[in-house]
Write a protein that binds this ligand. Structure first.
Ligand code: AMP
Length: 230
């Protein structure tokens, strides 16, 4: 496996590439959720690339940019063992200059749900994904459905900008008790972890009710809030 730091080096390396390229963009601290994307990419493609980049522009003031978990040595081993050919590990200065053009997320879909709590977050996500896709020019790119709003906005960007890549969405990998795997789970203490688990429990509850034919959204919301209550 080759580790590449700059976009220029990576583009030079890929200049005459004719093989199919699978690409998995990540922020590192890899877990089985990431690995499911990596394994699928390796299965589908002849050349496989993972990026690890904690993208500063998608973090808001006061968020965890400075303490985001870094496990580069373990990540490198995971990628190598999984059959990744190139690990792209740029620094902030390799990816951004001052006063750049940005991709702006749509007014409504970028500012509801997570976007309502983190205004501007998805502008940063779309901008870095645009950059990464232009640097790598993959045949297929792999994203988790765990980050559903991100996946939906990236799909819209690819559609709106007529980008050639094929997006492959993959299911959420969870702990046995239902908690979605996330690099940020290490922040949770016992009580918070219990509370976090209620998110998947409430979703499960809603799914059961829908299967039973209960489709009134107000009632579904009420039942979910019961599960979420502390
Ligand atoms: P991140 O490193 O958090 O930026 O995630 C990189 C990619 O892995 C994104 O496409 C995420 O949606 C995906 N991912 C993260 N956690 C999981 C999970 N538990 N199951 C499936 N995919 C995941």
């Amino acid at each position: 496996m080759t580790i590449i730091q700059t976009p220029q080096e990576l583009q030079d390396l890929l200049k005459n590439e004719t093989r199919s390229i699978g690409f998995v963009p990540t922020m590192g601290a890899l877990h089985h959720g990431h690995l499911s994307l990596i394994e699928r990419s390796v299965k589908d493609n002849e050349l496989n690339i993972v990026s690890i980049f904690v993208n500063p522009t998608q973090f808001l003031e006061g968020e965890d940019l400075d303490k985001y978990p870094n496990k580069f040595d373990a990540d490198e081993k995971i990628c190598e063992l999984a059959g990744i050919d190139i690990l792209f590990y740029p620094k902030k200065e390799d990816m951004y200059e001052d006063d750049e053009i940005k991709v702006i997320s749509p007014n409504i879909r970028g500012y509801v749900l997570e976007g309502a709590m983190r205004p501007g977050h998805f502008d940063g996500v779309l901008t870095v994904v645009m950059k990464l896709l232009n640097i790598v020019s993959p045949t297929k790119v792999y994203f988790g459905k765990k980050d559903a709003q991100q996946l939906s906005l990236i799909s819209q960007m690819v559609r709106n900008f007529h980008m050639k890549v094929e997006i492959v969405p993959l299911e959420t990998v969870r702990e046995d008790d239902g908690l979605a795997l996330s690099s940020r789970n290490v922040y949770l203490d016992k009580t918070q972890r219990k509370q976090a688990l209620k998110i998947s429990s409430s979703l499960k509850k809603a799914t059961q009710l829908v299967i039973q034919g209960k489709l009134n959204t107000k009632d579904l919301q009420k039942e979910m809030l019961k599960v979420l209550a502390p």
